[in-house]
Design a protein around this ligand. Structure first.
Ligand code: PGA
Length: 244
């Protein structure tokens, strides 16, 4: 009943010429594909990517947005600008934003609120560090991040959670399918609404064609947020083809 979603997060990679990636993706997938697909390129490519995917099944998302609607915030991009560029989604609370830009759950909550007001679908990232996992605190950390970042008007039609253990991002280490599924179940159980069974929960952290099938076949794993392996269209297509 939950529609699977595979999202690619290009992070700070990609120039306009790299959007030919889309042609390779189309060549490698059946139409329509088995699941929803979203590409999150850097801000500079949003408009071109949105134009090139207008008539296709690929959705476009940004990787961040400001909590403020407009004004004197040099270098920031508002949710309205993201929408105006043609995107439908935005990733918020990624651990690289939390670490590189000291983003707190309070700030992320304000960003989520701004994005939802603009009609964007939010992919809200949560996940523990290795120290936190080894200290047995993973579930508490994820609970605090999730509940601390959720505005009261968030609902399962516009908010998607991505569980991304920090120690698995870009490291080649993946959470075992069992551990990931257990955390996803935990996230579903703490969702504050009545409709936790409708909540889409993606797994992220070194997802690749070799581990995608096992992860994506778990009961509570509804898709993936893919970083490094999304940069190559054929590899990304192979992950999408793992959805059954
Ligand atoms: P990775 O990144 O697939 O390169 O580990 C995932 C992410 O950070 O979203």
């Amino acid at each position: 009943m939950r529609q699977m979603l595979i999202a690619g997060n290009w992070k700070m990679n990609g120039l306009r010429t790299d959007l030919d990636w889309l042609d390779t993706l189309y060549q490698n997938l059946p139409e329509p594909p088995e699941c929803d697909i979203v590409l999150c390129p850097p801000f500079t490519l949003l408009k071109d990517a949105a134009e090139r995917t207008q008539a296709s099944y690929v959705g476009i998302g940004a990787q961040d947005c400001s909590a403020d609607p407009e004004g004197a915030h040099t270098g920031d991009i508002s949710a309205h600008m993201v929408r105006d560029a043609g995107a439908d989604y935005v990733i918020l609370g990624h651990s690289e934003r939390r670490a590189d830009h000291a983003e707190t759950s309070v700030l992320i909550k304000a960003k989520v609120s701004a994005a939802l007001k603009e009609g964007l679908k939010v992919i809200l990232c949560v996940g523990e560090t290795l120290n936190e996992r080894e200290a047995g605190m993973a579930e508490d950390v994820v609970r605090a991040q999730l509940l601390g970042s959720l505005p009261s008007d968030a609902d399962t039609s516009s908010l998607i959670v991505a569980y991304e253990p920090v120690w698995a991002i870009g490291t080649g280490k993946t959470a075992s399918a069992d551990d990931a599924n257990t955390m996803h179940h935990h996230i579903r159980s703490i969702w504050p609404g009545e409709d936790g069974d409708k909540l889409l929960i993606l797994y992220g952290g070194s997802v690749k064609p070799e581990n995608a099938r096992e992860l994506l076949s778990c009961e509570h794993i509804d898709g993936a947020l893919v970083g490094g392996a999304s940069l190559d269209a054929e590899t990304f297509a192979a992950i999408i083809l793992s959805v059954e």
